[in-house]
Design a protein around this ligand. Structure first.
Ligand code: ADP
Ligand code: ZN
Length: 817
């Protein structure tokens, strides 16, 4: 009987591909193991076994696999089900989900280039025939690809030969397809056994009396091992004894010390023993009890608790319960910035059981966490992570917590899968029959609506912990302030006054400037020209610090010119304002104080956030200017004043969620003020102080905001009342996109009628030299989502069957946020 496997390849293919295997392989293989397989004429991919069967494919002859890459499944069957759901729901291929889910190091690539190692002397007698052929070939050609080797050797399975040649140091590969992942080894030392007896040791110390530094190292080693039974790192010994590593090396060479290595996971906690969790106050107790009650009948509960009501401490109790039952917990956060503070907080209670996972970790680190979760290791019981941690290979998930569930950054825009981590996590939890708790001070309209409809449980917590008062929010009419000349730059006199008072009292200040507003663009006062990005239809943004003009869409940058490129005028002015300008102004207004800035530009690098957050916590920064990054759940004890520089650009943002988002942003950033006994103060500067949303923010009236916004969503057929799928067409030729989008929209209208909006060019219609045009499909609640997607899928297929349209890229975005 012939044996086959269906393999998921990490590319956008509609179907999985079938390969032939031997009976022995069929016996060995399990779903979730990796295999390397040929694809097309020349490519080699790492694929994942989906199913093992005896059904030969009908249309093509199945090729043989090259090699099995795992001894155990790397991906669980639950994950394979989860991937399938993601692919169906978000209209992409399972292969695209695979690519997003697996750390890169797990996916070997095909176009590996092999070169000769220049500096090593090769004994060709040590090479077998195949190896010698490759070696010979490399004498004539500087580099070879995998497929070249396949034809030279007339063999498909060339990977073992490459591995041998690598081991023998004959070749280099540009991309190491074998162990891309290298566990990090840490060096340890101990006394060589010859010196462990008292007598020998005495002799040694006497002998070393003329080498005081070496003696010091030995003494230190003893004093450390007296304190701890743990192995001693070379690095610790060196710093404790103040000895260079060459001194330690001398001792190793002499045979006094013995060196050994232990494989260490890079991400690890080496703090002290755990602390007991805090006992909850009566409001928290009640909330916790209600959550447990809703969980008896519901899988998902929304905890709507005002900022600083102590939601995190409630999560801690729920986590303790799960750990006691031996279950894993996934704790999702919208932003890496937040993990910093939270990981410290959770480690106090849970020590090394907490693992952190996010995109700023290196591929190696991600591999380690993947393996730890897969093996259900003790150090991977609580996973604290951003979006992509929903892809980890959980074994025994008991609870998912989605904190700040309203955050739109839970949704991935690009590339596919364009998934929403909250919704994807809910589905993951269901597969484990686990519960999901969504938490927020400002729930998304979707979640609150679901709670109202009885789809989710709802628990409300309206008291701040310790009865700290909600901050006092004051609206400042800057139109009036401008008229009466009470503005200094972008600071009203009231704001300056409050800042001065707060500084005098020794407290800190946060100034919020929304990034989605317009950053400064440069405009010529004579002709009105403003420099444009050559690749995108946007004005370039002025960055004073580097004296540069930059494009925020494609990264294009150029030096800021002294004169207008269009008319040669010399009066160039920055219009609009961003964080950098506020920072500048604050430095001038408060020269005695330190001003910091937190935005995308200042938080690059792995520890970018940590540095700024720590500086604020340590009170090295008096005034922190920042974007929405600041709004998310950070807890700073000494911040007493929050200034919102301009509420209007948020409110006027052209998006149906602009009002909801504005409410959430302002309420969240206000929540950073006065989290201890003293009441915090918030100043909101606006041209429109009577705006409903601003009134609702200042009275903390979530319910009213929800009701009014929901009415609008009903009236205009937007989520959560209707679902939406956005279809974006993309091509460098304007005409092509235009004609294509019209055809596409027309076909959609024959099926969905009025529920199709567009096609329309977005506000920035060209990005990286590609024109974009959008079509929206609105889906009423009664209409089947599955059938809708099927219909769109059909239209998409016939669209791409038109020769002229084939080069157009079509992007489907389900539940676009
Ligand atoms: P939220 O997550 O709702 O914004 P937090 O959990 O961060 O609120 O709590 C706000 C502050 O109150 C934190 O500093 C936290 O340590 C403190 N806190 C909350 N609950 C308790 C408790 N039961 N005992 C002691 N401190 C608490
Ligand atoms: Zn650009």
């Amino acid at each position: 009987m012939a044996h086959f496997i269906n393999v998921i390849l990490p590319i956008p293919l509609e179907k999985s591909f079938t390969y032939a295997i031997t009976a022995a392989e069929a016996d060995f293989l399990k779903p979730g193991m990796r295999v390397s397989v040929p694809f097309g004429k020349t490519k080699i991919y790492t694929g994942l076994v989906d199913t093992i069967h005896t059904q030969a494919p009908l249309i093509y002859e199945a090729k043989q696999i090259h090699q099995i890459l795992d001894e155990q499944a790397l991906v669980t069957t639950t994950q394979l089900k989860h991937w399938q759901w993601i692919a169906n729901y978000y209209m992409c291929s399972v292969g695209e989900v695979m690519r997003a889910a697996l750390p890169n190091a797990f996916i070997l690539e095909s176009e590996t280039i092999i070169t000769k190692k220049e500096d090593s002397v090769i004994d060709d007698m040590a090479l077998d025939d195949d190896e010698f052929v490759v070696f010979e070939a490399l004498q004539h050609q500087s580099s070879l690809k995998l497929q070249d080797l396949m034809s030279i050797l007339d063999k498909k399975n060339v990977l073992p030969i490459i591995k041998r040649l690598l081991d023998k140091k004959v070749i280099n590969v540009q991309e190491e397809i074998y162990e891309k992942y290298k566990p990090k080894l840490v060096r340890y030392v101990k006394m060589a056994s010859a010196f462990t007896s008292e007598k020998k040791l005495q002799e040694l110390l006497e002998e070393l009396s003329r080498a005081p530094k070496q003696r010091e190292v030995i003494m230190t080693l003893f004093s450390i091992s007296a304190q701890t039974k743990k192995p001693i790192k070379v690095s610790d010994l060196s710093s404790e004894s103040d000895a260079s590593s060459s001194i330690i090396k001398t001792l190793i060479d002499k045979g006094v010390l013995e060196e050994y290595h232990i494989q260490m996971d890079r991400v690890q906690y080496d703090g002290d023993d755990n602390e007991a969790s805090k006992s909850l106050n009566e409001h928290q107790e009640t909330a916790l009890k209600q959550i447990s009650e809703t969980f008896e009948t519901q899988d998902i509960t929304l905890l709507h608790g005002v900022t600083s009501s102590g939601k995190t401490e409630i999560y801690v109790k729920l986590i303790e319960d799960q750990l006691a039952k031996g279950k894993q917990v996934l704790y999702l956060l919208p932003e890496i910035a937040l993990t910093t503070q939270l990981v410290d907080r959770l480690q106090i209670y849970f020590g090394a059981q907490v693992a952190v996972f996010h995109s700023k970790y290196s591929s190696n680190e991600r591999v380690e966490i993947w393996n730890n979760v897969l093996q259900n290791e003790a150090n991977a019981q609580i996973i604290l992570g951003a979006r992509s941690s929903v892809f980890l290979p959980f074994r025994n998930l008991g609870l998912v917590i989605v904190d700040e569930e309203h955050e739109t950054s839970f949704k991935q825009f690009d590339p596919a899968p364009r998934y929403h981590a909250r919704d994807t996590a809910i589905v993951l939890a269901r597969l484990f029959k686990a519960k999901t708790l969504l938490g927020s001070a400002t729930p998304s309209l979707e979640s609150y609506y679901n709670a109202q409809q009885g789809k989710y449980g709802l628990v409300e917590l309206n008291q701040r912990y310790n009865n700290v008062l909600m901050p006092d929010i004051e609206l400042i009419d800057i139109k009036d302030k401008h008229k009466r000349k009470r503005m200094k730059g972008h600071f009203s006199d009231r704001l300056v006054e409050e800042i001065e008072e707060t500084l005098a009292a020794g407290h800190q200040i946060i100034l919020f400037q929304n990034r989605r507003g317009f950053s400064p663009i440069v405009e010529c006062n004579a002709c009105g020209h403003s420099p444009q990005c050559p690749n995108c239809d946007v004005s370039l943004t002025f960055h004073q610090y580097k004296n540069q003009l930059r494009c925020h869409y494609c990264g294009y940058n150029t030096i800021m010119h002294k004169t207008c490129e269009a008319c040669g005028g010399v009066e160039l002015d920055a219009k609009g304002f961003g964080t950098e300008q506020i920072e500048q102004e604050a430095k001038v207004l408060f020269p005695e104080h330190t001003v910091g800035r937190m935005d995308l530009d200042t938080t690059r690098g792995k520890y970018g956030y940590e540095k700024i957050i720590t500086a604020l916590e340590q009170q090295e920064i008096d005034i922190l200017v920042g974007t929405q990054m600041l709004t998310k759940g950070l807890d700073f004890r000494n911040v007493k004043l929050v200034g919102i520089m301009n509420a209007d650009n948020m409110l006027n943002f052209p998006d149906f969620r602009a009002h909801e988002r504005s409410y959430q942003l302002m309420t969240q950033v206000s929540g950073r003020a006065g989290r201890t006994k003293e009441r915090g103060k918030v100043l909101i500067q606006t041209y429109n102080p009577y705006h409903r949303i601003l009134q609702q923010v200042s009275t903390n009236n979530y319910k009213q905001m929800f009701d009014e916004q929901l009415e609008d969503r009903f009236a205009f057929k937007y989520p959560p009342i209707y679902r939406m799928i956005k279809i974006t067409l993309k091509h460098k030729d304007y005409q092509k996109v235009d004609v294509g989008a019209n055809w596409y929209a027309k076909s959609l209208r024959t099926v969905f009628g009025d529920h199709v909006l567009g096609p329309e060019f977005p506000p920035v219609a060209r990005i990286r030299n590609q024109y974009l045009k959008n079509i929206l499909v609105k889906i009423p609640q009664k209409q089947s989502l599955g059938k809708t997607k099927e219909a769109i899928g059909k239209i998409n297929t016939s669209f791409l069957a038109v020769k002229d349209f084939r080069p157009i890229r079509v992007i489907l975005n389900v539940d676009n946020y």
